[in-house]
Design a protein around this ligand. Structure first.
Ligand code: UT7
Length: 325
């Protein structure tokens, strides 16, 4: 019996031009290139220019994904943007991207799950596609975390960067087997008990200000590997796949030590792990689609490959998706 799956037709990404190195950060706060590299694996990150907004980054990633898929905005009927740093409190930045793409048809909205946002967006789009509510969608992760960092707080300002990544997914009829292309299994979780470990200390209703990112990094680190492994186990149990079946592990890019520890725990060799954190830093919801874009572009991810995506973010929110490219 055939089934409708959300199949990726193309990917795109965009990184702002300005590179901020660890050495430059060491002139702003009491840190060093050596500390940042050793504790996080980050060498540099990108920073959006003045007047360059999340929707501008997302637009460029979306255009690149459409080009890669050989499609135009006329082919798209749904845009879902994952972001925690929209241009304005409202309207949704996805609607700004829709406008900038010249679209007056279809529907666009944001989802908000911070660093797990892309997985939440992809899962939502997959549900819309399988319910017959959309045929071809842009799933975008775009962030300008540089705008919500406290540039005097060395514990957080060295970790994050700006960027955007996107994929085009299409409703395709597949045989309904494990060998199908598309999203094969998606597992999302959240737990608000961990709010105080990673949050922004402002907001439209709470303070009337945008606020700054605050994080108890060591505590987040302690939870990250454990909770993410749990949801990955769920994805394996639901599909019968094991870590040995994975061609590419595409984790959220927060810290090289978390990425490597998770891969080790799963038994996935390091050559199968896509890592961009060294050059991008943590770009929150943009990190997974940027990693997909990079690895597709350099020829590592190929049609038919089985991918395991995972992320954990503020909330906490977390999730895992098994996807055949
Ligand atoms: O994307 C959402 C999820 N976020 C994450 O997954 C982030 C998770 N956490 C982490 O990646 C790591 O915990 C950090 C990179 C944030 C910190 O690494 P750590 O090994 O956990 O360091 P720590 O927080 O235990 O700090 C060790 C020391 C402290 O000094 P004392 O108390 O030992 O004297 C910090 O004050 O390093 C100090 N420190 C710094 N030193 C130089 C903290 N930040 C810096 C810094 N430069 N930028």
């Amino acid at each position: 019996m055939s089934t409708i799956r959300s199949v990726v037709l193309g990917s795109g990404g965009y990184l702002p031009e300005k590179i901020l190195t660890n050495a430059e950060l060491a002139r702003l706060v009491d840190t060093s290139d050596e500390w940042i590299r050793q504790r996080t694996g980050i060498h540099e990150r990108r920073i959006a220019a003045d007047g360059e907004f999340t929707s501008d980054l997302g637009l460029k990633a979306a255009q690149a994904a459409l080009d890669n898929a050989g499609l135009t905005p006329a082919d798209i009927d749904l845009i879902v943007l994952a972001t925690a740093t929209p241009d304005n409190t409202f309207p949704a930045a996805a609607v700004a991207i829709q406008r900038k793409l010249g679209m007056q048809h279809g529907v666009a909205y944001d989802v908000h799950a911070v660093c797990s946002g892309f997985l939440f967006a992809l899962t939502t789009v997959d549900a819309m596609i399988r319910a017959g509510q959309a045929k071809r969608a842009l799933v975008i992760g775009a962030e300008t975390f540089s705008r919500i960092l406290d540039w005097t707080d060395r514990k957080t300002c060295v970790l994050f960067g700006d960027g955007a990544g996107a994929v085009v997914v299409s409703a395709e009829s597949q045989p309904g087997w494990r060998s199908d292309r598309g999203v094969l299994s998606a597992h999302l979780r959240s737990d608000g008990r961990f709010q105080d470990l990673l949050y922004v200390d402002g907001g439209p209703s709470g303070t009337g200000t945008v606020g700054h990112l605050r994080m108890e990094g060591r505590e987040v680190f302690k939870h990250a590997v454990g909770v993410v492994s749990g949801v990955i186990d769920e994805a394996f149990a639901a599909t019968g796949f094991t870590a040995a079946d994975i061609d590419w592990f595409v984790p959220h890019q927060a810290n090289i030590r978390i990425i490597d520890a998770t891969a080790r725990k799963l038994g996935i060799p390091i050559e199968k792990v896509i890592r961009t954190v060294d050059r991008h830093g943590n770009t929150s919801a943009a990190s997974v689609p940027l990693a997909l874009w990079e690895a597709q572009r350099d020829g590592r991810i190929k049609r038919g490959d089985l991918l395991l995506l995972e992320a954990l973010g503020g909330g906490f929110t977390w999730g895992a998706v098994l996807l055949r490219w």
